[in-house]
Design a protein around this ligand. Structure first.
Ligand SMILES: [Zn+2]
Length: 533
């Protein structure tokens, strides 16, 4: 997602919401099918949900669904005819009679109540009554009974009964039945992206073909007053953005893409095939394309390939932060990415999380804290440095393989590393270890001295960062030497992680007047001093 707006209420929601029912032994949800009835006024909803799941259990077991603060009217295990359940206001537990070794079970849950969070119903910035789901990270449970954890993705079908005159948008494609207008998502998606939005929208459709290539249907859903602005500024190149990702990574993972002005508390929320954006930047005419690039690239990374657990969230946010810049570069030139990476480095350096690693199990139970400068800008830098280390060809081949392999599934950092190592034909354990599991970044003192007789520069490089951050290996640190006449020569040296001091000698025909370290800013590092000995 994009930037966060209100942390306070989200934290309160999280404190109320744990522990999760996630990752129950032997139960794998395949699909949810839910009918939600919205009232003509007020905040109450009524829900009927079918949960279809596979279980590996020949003994009695329990399906535990996260559901907070609702009233459960009835539960029925289909075909088994059991109607037993217990509900403590947080967890709906449904006992399942013993079955064969592996079987598919469907449960029908009927419930009602006023969601405390997760489904926001009320007036929007234009004063219209609207309803929007906003689930991240574990807030679906306030309105939708689910196994509320990214590890258990499932198909989703929404049937929304809304007040007269409202339009409804949700994940997937619109399925028009005789008596229904359902939204059907046939791909397994994470629960945190299972959403619908309902209100009096204006919908515009964008052209589906770019450079002779088909993309997918792209729609922009807004308040009527904001439609012209949305189409001409932030979403002007919505189709081009999808086309760049298809060209670089692979086919768009879903049936359509709706960009929706909404009540999300995030700047943007990458819900699968129905991205929700905060409404205020529309109203203030401040919304720009960057958030569209970020959220669109999440459809591949985060939605189609989902982090299996929260500590690996950089697989979602680091990728989207990087692809904001990569797509920008593809559309407008390389300086877009260079500028983005400079800003990412500054954001990370000045952040409060430099003492923690990217893959941070310390926050696993508190995913909101993972929306930090490690997951976003440093995660983007990991990809940028990986690309520099193995080259464009292996990097993008690796990303395509990773997407193809884990699409509609979940992945870990180790899964990503395995794919990349295979494509690059290299052991990159040191790279992933130092950048994902070590905190901090290299801070370098560089000293130099020219030996005119030998025509060599003698270099001393000291890693000055805190000892707790550890030492970093930099196999190709570029140094640029500028002579008195202004001519520049570049040399590459290897900085070792074996000791704090690295010394090197490089050939140089003339004495340098000035030395620059990593002149193209290809590495996440800070030069703390450059001195002539
Ligand atoms: Zn994001």
């Amino acid at each position: 997602m994009g930037c966060m707006r209100t942390v306070g209420s989200l934290l309160a929601a999280l404190l109320l919401s744990r522990p999760a029912a996630a990752q129950q032994g032997g139960i794998d949800v395949k699909g949810y099918m839910v009918r939600i009835t919205l009232s003509d006024s007020g905040h109450a909803i009524h829900g009927e949900e079918l949960v279809r799941f596979v279980r590996q259990a020949s003994v009695d077991s329990v399906l535990a669904l996260d559901l907070v603060g609702m009233t459960v009217d009835s539960v029925k295990v289909l075909y088994g005819m059991s109607r037993r359940f217990t509900y403590d206001g947080r967890l709906l537990r449904i006992p399942l009679p013993a079955g064969p070794g592996t079987d598919t079970v469907t449960v029908l849950v009927e419930y009602h109540g006023t969601p405390q969070d997760g489904l926001i119903i009320g007036p929007n910035a234009r004063g219209r009554r609207v309803a929007f789901a906003d689930n991240w990270p574990e807030r679906a449970r306030f309105w939708l009974p689910t196994v509320d954890h990214p590890s258990d993705k499932a198909m989703m079908r929404f049937s929304i009964v809304a007040p007269a005159g409202w339009r409804v948008v949700a994940n997937g494609r619109l399925h028009l039945g005789e008596h229904s207008r359902d939204w059907v998502e046939d791909h397994p998606i994470p629960v945190y992206t299972m959403v619908f939005g309902a209100g009096e929208f204006t919908v515009s459709k964008h052209r589906p073909v770019i450079n002779g290539r088909d993309t997918i249907p792209i729609e922009v859903w807004t308040d009527p007053e904001d439609s012209a602005f949305a189409d001409s500024v932030p979403f002007r190149r919505a189709t081009e953005i999808v086309e760049v990702m298809q060209r670089l990574i692979g086919p768009f993972p879903y049936e359509k893409l709706a960009h929706v002005q909404s009540s999300t508390r995030f700047g943007g929320m990458e819900n699968s095939s129905a991205i929700f954006y905060a409404e205020k930047p529309y109203v203030e005419r401040k919304m720009r394309e960057g958030v569209v690039r970020h959220e669109t690239s999440h459809q591949w990374f985060g939605d189609a390939v989902t982090e299996r657990d929260w500590p690996d969230i950089w697989l979602s946010e680091g990728f989207a932060t990087y692809f904001d810049g990569v797509i920008g570069a593809a559309l407008d030139g390389d300086s877009v990415l260079a500028n983005a990476m400079r800003a990412n480095a500054e954001d990370y350096f000045k952040s409060a999380v430099t003492d923690r690693p990217i893959v941070d199990s310390g926050y696993a139970a508190d995913p909101i804290k993972l929306l930090n400068a490690n997951s976003y800008p440093k995660g983007a830098w990991v990809l940028h440095m990986l690309r520099g280390a193995i080259g464009d060809s292996a990097f993008f081949r690796g990303l395509r393989t990773y997407y193809r392999t884990y699409r509609d599934s979940t992945a870990t950092s180790e899964d990503f590393q395995r794919v990349i190592e295979k494509e690059a034909r290299a052991d990159l354990g040191w790279f992933f270890h130092q950048w994902l599991h070590q905190p901090g970044y290299p801070q370098l003192d560089v000293s130099w001295q020219y030996d005119a007789g030998a025509r060599k520069v003698l270099l001393g490089i000291t890693q000055r960062q805190k000892p707790e951050w550890g030492l970093f290996r930099l196999p190709a640190l570029t140094l640029e030497f500028r002579g008195a006449n202004g001519a520049t020569v570049r040399r590459s040296v290897t900085v070792s992680a074996e000791s704090r001091e690295t010394s090197a000698r490089v050939d140089l025909p003339v004495a340098p007047a000035e030395v620059r370290v990593d002149p193209d800013a290809t590495l996440l590092l800070r030069v703390t001093a450059i001195s002539r000995r």
